[in-house]
Design a protein around this ligand. Sequence first.
Ligand code: DC
Length: 225
Amino acid sequence: MRINIAIDGPSAAGKSTIAKVLAERLGYVHLDTGAMYRCVALKALREKIDLNDEDGLCRMLANTDIRLTPRSEVFLDGEEVTNEIRTDEISLAASSVSKHAKVRSDLVSRQQEIARDKGFIMDGRDIGTVVLKNAEVKIYMVASPEARALRRYRQNIEKGIPTSSVEIIAEEIRQRDYQDMNRENSPLRKADDAFEIDTSDMTIEEVTERIMALATKFIHAGEEE
Ligand code: DC
């Protein structure tokens, strides 16, 4: 049986990295929903739309095409923006646009449309609570702010993305956590039926194994029926 896996948690907790590995292992499709909010932020900044102007952002979204490929490339209106959406400026702007109910509802419907069938691993902030409420496996992934800042720093260097110092990244992460957890619409929170995993001192392999153990139970349960 194919299932859906929802992975939520604060920024830089390792969600996308793990989701990618799991997708490969299971032959599933990974959907990084944060990349969609990042696209909205990038286009709004380019078109000088005020990030607080909810209706302006929605009008813009009505004419916006966002495409995520299985190889984790991100296309905004046909232009590849895979790396451009990873800067610190866009991270913060994405968190700002994501507080608007109408922006969220537009993107949530796109995400639900994409994942109408099973076989998806979606990561974000509201996947287990809103987007894929019926996901068989829900993970709430956390890590200490220090571990997250260091990971993001190393990731930036690896990908050749211009990066701030670890201290500045840690501050930016704290600011985003605050915004994401305290917004009115779909704030980041653990779904009641989610398994919490603290990845601070775990390797990618260990986290993957933990989730694979949970997922396999569901996958095989379906086969026995
Ligand atoms: O996962 P990320 O860091 O790429 O996400 C960027 C921002 O988008 C994050 O600060 C909060 C927002 N976001 C959201 O509100 N809901 C999601 N499902 C995914 C991301």
